[in-house]
Design a protein around this ligand. Structure first.
Ligand code: GLU
Length: 415
């Protein structure tokens, strides 16, 4: 993933003629924190876990980005994902930089009590490297509001009581009772659909009757499907690590979600669809492909099978450089991740603002704010693509990089 994000960056920097000094700065991450910490498991044995937090850049504000719990978490992926966050927050016009991290772990192998101890001890190990005005983690793959609540509680409990309430805001994506935001749960999926609506409008179309497939049925996949159903689109295939299901007549997202909740978070075996070989997934006949799982999924191996008109990148880095070249050659449009899935971090920003102001906002206001920020970003990506006669990913980078370049030029470099 690091290779992919750097190739994307170099390409955009070339096309726009990015200032060489700024280019050198942005090609590096600011800080890389690796922690090893012991945790007592339920059977009394002790295991040592490895956690990461990479802080890429904070020229525009505190580092911001999720924590994922997955066996693929390592320094390379944390670096790449942190860098994508810098572009994403800049493009969305937020006062944030980019960070990312997580624990190299398969959370399915641990009990809730173990996950709580692992999370609390990880938070303790990160110490003052995170903070509500320094670096603000959030949910990502396999992490959720419960995990954010444990982080907030541990972080604030290990600081002076006089700072407890400010320190609770060290993370976003908290549960509602712990200062969370109404709508933060659905923010990413909602944003994916906002970008797809904007894409359809540019073609003088809408999403009614459009057939789409989703890879990954976690938070992003499910909420995307939920909002796509409200637009009248038809879900014709879903894939996750457990299996692939399809139904040309349409899969009910709510029924599939109930199944997943009752079956170890797996789509395999869902009764409302037929099973398909994993390799057949991207070849399913449809109009829209939504990768909403892990990185490097659309590659030279399968990109040629995609017959859809557009790939909406709900995941971070789902398309590698070779896969992208094939999509471009075949005329498949891409709504790039740093635009497509930015609803999540925009929701996080609204939660952070709400916390700073000690207010509680209503879901309708929240979704409207996300909608407005994403449509603004989409419009600048589209116009910048025309200005530079380039693709949407490159133009999204250019919009993000211009803002960073301006910040560096105006402020200068200390000392
Ligand atoms: N993990 C999400 C992302 O990749 C959200 C990050 C955040 O809210 O800080 O954009």
């Amino acid at each position: 993933m690091y290779k992919v994000v750097m190739e994307q960056f170099e390409r955009a920097a070339d096309v726009m003629g990015l200032d060489p000094g700024v280019r050198t700065i942005l090609a590096q991450t600011n800080n890389e924190i690796v922690v090893h910490f012991p945790v007592k498991l339920d059977d009394g044995s002790i295991a040592v876990f490895t956690g990461y937090r990479v802080q890429h850049n904070n020229a525009l504000g505190p580092y911001k980005g999720g924590l994922r719990y997955h066996p693929t978490v390592d320094i390379d992926s944390a670096r790449a994902l942190a860098i994508w966050m810098t572009w994403k927050t800049s493009l969305a016009g937020l006062p944030y930089g980019g960070g990312k991290g997580g624990i190299e772990i398969d959370p399915k192998k641990y009990s809730q009590a173990e996950l709580e101890r692992i999370t609390r001890r990880f938070t303790y190990a990160l110490g003052d490297n995170i903070g509500p005005d320094l670096d603000i983690p959030a949910p990502d793959v396999n992490t959720n509001s419960q995990i954010m609540a444990w982080i907030a509680d541990t972080f604030s409990s290990t600081k002076s009581p006089s700072t407890r309430f400010a320190n609770l805001h060290v993370v976003t994506g908290k549960p509602l009772g712990a200062g969370g935001l109404e709508g933060r749960d659905r923010a990413t999926g909602y944003g994916v659909v906002v970008t797809l609506k904007a894409w359809a409008e540019r073609r003088n179309e809408n999403l009614r009757g459009k057939r789409y497939i989703v890879q990954g049925f976690g938070n992003v996949g499910y909420w995307t499907a939920h909002f796509m159903a409200m637009e009248g689109a038809t879900l014709v295939g879903v894939q996750d690590a457990s299996g692939t299901v399809r139904d040309p007549e349409g899969i009910d997202p709510e029924a599939l979600n109930t199944w997943v909740e009752q079956n170890d978070r797996s789509v395999a075996g869902f009764k409302g669809a037929t099973t398909l070989d994993a390799d057949g997934f991207f070849g399913i006949d449809c109009d829209i492909v939504v990768p909403a799982a892990l990185g490097n999924q659309i590659t030279a191996r399968n990109a040629g099978r995609i017959t859809a008109k557009v790939v909406a990148e709900g995941a971070n880095g789902p398309t590698d450089t070779e896969g992208e070249a094939i999509l471009r050659k075949n005329g498949v449009e891409i709504i790039p991740d740093i635009l497509c899935n930015s609803g999540g971090v925009i929701g996080s920003y609204i939660e952070w603002l709400q916390n700073k102001r000690a207010e509680y906002w209503k879901i309708d206001e929240v979704l409207k704010m996300i909608h407005d920020k994403i449509t603004t970003a989409f419009a600048s990506v589209a116009s910048t693509a025309v200005e530079f006669d380039t693709d949407w990913r490159t133009s999204a980078y250019i919009v993000a990089l211009r803002r960073l370049e301006k910040a560096y030029k105006e402020r200068g470099i200390f000392p």
